[in-house]
Design a protein around this ligand. Structure first.
Ligand SMILES: *[C@@H]1O[C@H](CO)[C@@H](O)[C@H](O)[C@H]1NC(C)=O
Length: 311
């Protein structure tokens, strides 16, 4: 049997088991379920996808260990750069267009990161109905998730950083729904020219959006763990920061993502990898602490009042 056929059979079996277990013996697969086969079976044909430090995970907040990381510093996140949207057949990605030599792109420091991490791209995960985030908090899945990907500047490039334990830092931002549009997404949702990537897969953004417009209101509290990329070769060495404050878009805006297609013309209605086992990892939680009251009830030896800005 071909790989495709093997995967399809496994999927059928899974589907049957699920249907039987809920008392519904209808032996039928919805045609649109087929594209998600690859998300179920990545580990069999991609090199790192069967590793022990994989993402996404379900974060169990009551077992997370409290940590006092200094706050993130988002450098050049408030500036506007020319952007380009790309439908890579798996997600829609925003990159900053190549700048002249010496132009500094956005980067992050702080947040417990020991190095400077440069922005590479951001992309989205979404699904059908309300189940589109990759990370879950206490089992709760959100309608979508934004990943802002950075590489450790000391390795010179994204590719150079890929093989290192501290190579990448990804900010994970959960997306919920609100009745009104998110203005930042009105500029981003320019998907009409890249719906079918076999015709055209990239388009320059007409209105650039500063990255800060995509951050949640509260970036001081977040979960931290060591994981992997959730697509491609699932490379490990990703320092994840999952903010516990979501951002929000409208149902109309979420629906735009589901119009995108892959190279074979299949609808990209779901690009969510299943949650992975934690194995021997720990999840840290950095709670919000008001900068105006830096006297925390912790006697952590790593805590230093110098880490808190005086403003
Ligand atoms: C991630 O891995 C690094 C290197 O092994 C380690 O120092 C760090 O404590 C880990 N972070 C978490 C949150 O477990």
């Amino acid at each position: 049997m071909t790989m495709e056929a093997t995967l399809l059979c496994k999927f059928l079996l899974l589907d049957l088991l699920v249907n039987f277990s809920i008392g519904n013996a209808k032996p039928y697969i919805e045609p649109q379920s087929i594209p998600s086969i690859r998300f179920l079976n990545w580990k069999e044909h991609e090199s790192h996808c069967g590793g022990q430090h994989q993402s996404p995970i379900n974060i169990e907040s009551d077992t997370a260990i409290i940590a006092n990381y200094p706050e993130f510093i988002f450098h050049k996140y408030d500036l506007i750069f020319p952007g380009r949207l790309e439908n890579n057949g798996h997600t829609v990605e925003l990159k900053i267009e190549e700048q002249g030599m010496g132009e500094e792109l956005p980067f992050i420091t702080g947040g417990g990161l020991t190095d400077r991490y440069n922005f590479v791209q951001l992309h989205f995960h979404w699904g059908q109905h309300l189940f589109g985030s990759e990370h879950r908090i206490d089992g709760e899945q959100y309608p979508a998730e934004l990943h802002i990907v950075h590489y450790n500047s000391k390795y010179g490039s994204f590719n150079g950083a890929l093989s290192h334990d501290d190579g990448l830092a990804v900010l994970g931002i959960l997306i919920e729904l609100q009745p009104r549009d998110n203005i930042a997404f009105r500029h981003l949702e320019q998907f009409d020219n890249i719906i079918d990537p076999s015709i055209a897969n990239s388009d320059a953004l007409r209105y650039s959006v500063p990255l800060s417009d995509l951050l949640p209101d509260q970036t001081d509290s977040f979960f931290r763990y060591n994981g992997s990329l959730t697509s491609g070769k699932c490379n490990e060495g990703v320092i994840w920061s999952i903010f516990d404050t979501p951002i929000a878009i409208s149902e109309r805006q979420l629906a735009k993502f589901r119009l995108l297609r892959d190279e074979n013309g299949n609808e990209l209605i779901e690009n969510v990898r299943l949650t992975q086992l934690l194995h021997n990892r720990v999840v840290m939680y950095c709670p919000y602490s008001s900068p105006s009251s830096p006297l925390l009830p912790f006697s952590d030896t790593e805590f230093s009042p110098m880490e808190f800005p005086l403003n």
